[in-house]
Design a protein around this ligand. Structure first.
Ligand code: AMP
Ligand code: GLY
Length: 413
C-alpha cells in the first residue's frame, strides 16, 4: 500500500487524509487532534523526515517557501508547485504581471508601495474599491468597499505594516467585478490539466455576504454552470496560463485553483491559489474519493489522463468558527455533540466532521482551538439534500459562542 504524507493541519488536510486513507497509508504532519481521533496517523516530524511515496502539500506558505523543491530534490513525488509556481499565490503583484503576459482577463489594477500614489489612484477610480495585500494573508487581506474613506484607511494600515505586517507593504488596488464567483480547482501535471468539480465558497463572515472576508465559511459542489462557461474558462484562462508557465520554464505539478468571477463580459480571474481550497476541498473529496489517490499520484508523476473526472453526488460544508473570527478569534470552550472519534456522537448518513481547529483536553473532550474550528460536511445525491443534512448535523454540535452562516448553498440547485 502506498504511503502518502499530507502536509498541514486544518479541515482541508483532514478531508484529503480521510479521502486518501481509503486506498493508502496516510500520515498528516502536523495534523490535529481531531484528525488523529478519526484514526489517521499524525506526526510532528517535518515532511522531509517522513517516508513517503507521495506528498500532498495543503497550505500555500510551505509551497512559497520551497518545500516542494526540497522534496523533489530528494526524489519524492509531490502534489504542489515549486517556489517558482507558488509565486502565483505568494505575490498578487507577480500574479497580475503574469496574467497580463499570458493575456488572461482579470480586474484592472495598480500596484503601490507609496501611499500618495495609492490615494491618487483611489481618487481617480470608480467604487467599489478592492484592496489586496501583495503577500500572503490567509485569505483575509482583501477589502472590498464602496467607501473611499475606508479604502484610504485600509491602504494606510496595509502600507504601514500595521494590519498585515510585511505582506501589506505593497498593495494591489483593483476595480470591483460583479458576477457569480466560482472556485475551479484543476490538477496540473506540468503538461496537462484536469478540471475538478466547480465549487462555490462563501468568503464573507456573515449571511447575505456581509462583513469581513474570511478564509471561507462554507462551500458546496457541484456549482451548476452554463454549458459553455467551462469551455470558455479552459480556452481563455487555463490554456494561456499553461502556455505562460511553459514560457517561464515553470514545471507546475499540483493544484491550480482558479478563483473566477463569471461576469457579464465573460469569466475573469480574481486569483490563483497554488493548492487545494479550504473549505472547497471538504466538498470535493467526497465526490471523487474513489479516484483521489490515482489522480494525485498521476499529477505528481506527470502522467495525468486528460479525461473528465467522474463524480458522485453533491456535497455541502458549513464552517463553525470561533467567536470573533476572523478579526480576533477567541479559542477555548468544550465542544459537545461529538464522539471519541471526533465524529457526530449520533451519526447521520453521509456526514463527516472535518476538524480544522480543535484539540483534546486531558479528559479527552474536544475543545475549540482555532479560528475555523470544524467543517461539517454532508454528501448526498443533490446539493439540496446535502445542505439539509449538513445543517441537521450542525444542530447536533455545540461549539461555545461559535459563529456560522445559515445560508451556505441556500440558492443552489
Ligand atoms: P482573492 O483573495 O483575491 O480571491 O479575494 C478574496 C475575495 O475578495 C474574492 O473571493 C472575492 O469575493 C473578493 N474579490 C477579490 N477581488 C475582487 C474584485 N476585483 N472584485 C470584486 N470582488 C473581489
Ligand atoms: N476558500 C478559499 C481559499 O482556499 O483560498
Amino acid at each position: 500500500m502506498s504511503r502518502v504524507v499530507v502536509v498541514g493541519g486544518g479541515g482541508r488536510e483532514h478531508a484529503l487524509a480521510w479521502g486518501l486513507a481509503r486506498d493508502a497509508q496516510v500520515v498528516v504532519t502536523p495534523g490535529n487532534d481531531g484528525i488523529a481521533a478519526h484514526g489517521i496517523t499524525c506526526s510532528p516530524e517535518p515532511a522531509t523526515a517522513l517516508e513517503a511515496d507521495l506528498v500532498v502539500v495543503g497550505p500555500e506558505a510551505p509551497l512559497v517557501a520551497g518545500l516542494a523543491d526540497e522534496l523533489r530534490a530528494r526524489g519524492v513525488p509531490v502534489v504542489g508547485p515549486g517556489a517558482d509556481g507558488a509565486r502565483l499565490e505568494g505575490s498578487k503583484a507577480y500574479l497580475k504581471e503574469f496574467l497580463a503576459a499570458a493575456g488572461v482577463a482579470t480586474a484592472a489594477h495598480g500596484t503601490f508601495a507609496d501611499e500618495a500614489a495609492a490615494r491618487a489612484h483611489l481618487a481617480a477610480m470608480a467604487p467599489p474599491y478592492v484592496i489586496k495585500t501583495d503577500g500572503l494573508a490567509a485569505g483575509k487581506g482583501v477589502l472590498v468597499t464602496s467607501s473611499r474613506a475606508e479604502a484610504e484607511a485600509d491602504v494606510a494600515d496595509k502600507l504601514a505594516g500595521r494590519s498585515f505586517g510585511e505582506a501589506g507593504r505593497t498593495v494591489v488596488i483593483e476595480e470591483g467585478l460583479t458576477g457569480v464567483e466560482c472556485s475551479l480547482m484543476l490538477l496540473c501535471d506540468g503538461e496537462r490539466t484536469v478540471s475538478l468539480t466547480p465549487a462555490q465558497d462563501f468568503k464573507r463572515v456573515g449571511d447575505g455576504d456581509r462583513g469581513a472576508n474570511t478564509g471561507g465559511m462554507g462551500a458546496f459542489a457541484p456549482l451548476a454552470l452554463p454549458d459553455d462557461t467551462l469551455a470558455r474558462v479552459e480556452r481563455e484562462i487555463v490554456a494561456p496560463t499553461l502556455a505562460e508557465l511553459h514560457r517561464r520554464a515553470i514545471d507546475y505539478r499540483g493544484v491550480l485553483y482558479a478563483g473566477l468571477m463569471l461576469t457579464a463580459q465573460g469569466p475573469k480571474l480574481l486569483e490563483y491559489n497554488v493548492r487545494f481550497g479550504d473549505p472547497e476541498t471538504q466538498v470535493l473529496v467526497p465526490l471523487v474519493r474513489e479516484d483521489l489517490l490515482d489522480l494525485l499520484a498521476a499529477t505528481a508523476a506527470g502522467r495525468l489522463t486528460p479525461a473528465p473526472v467522474a463524480r458522485r453526488g453533491a456535497a455541502v460544508t458549513v464552517v463553525l468558527a470561533a467567536p470573533g473570527y476572523p478579526e480576533a478569534p477567541v479559542a477555548g470552550g468544550r465542544i459537545t455533540g461529538l464522539g471519541p472519534d471526533g465524529q457526530l456522537a449520533e451519526p447521520l448518513e453521509g456526514v463527516v466532521v472535518f476538524h480544522a481547529g480543535t484539540r483534546r483536553d486531558a479528559d479527552g473532550a474536544f475543545v475549540s482551538a482555532g479560528g475555523r474550528v470544524l467543517s461539517v460536511t454532508a454528501h448526498a445525491d443533490t446539493v439540496a439534500a446535502a445542505r439539509a443534512r449538513a445543517y441537521e448535523a450542525v444542530a447536533r454540535i455545540e461549539v461555545p459562542g461559535a459563529i456560522w452562516r445559515r445560508d451556505i448553498a441556500a440558492g443552489a440547485s
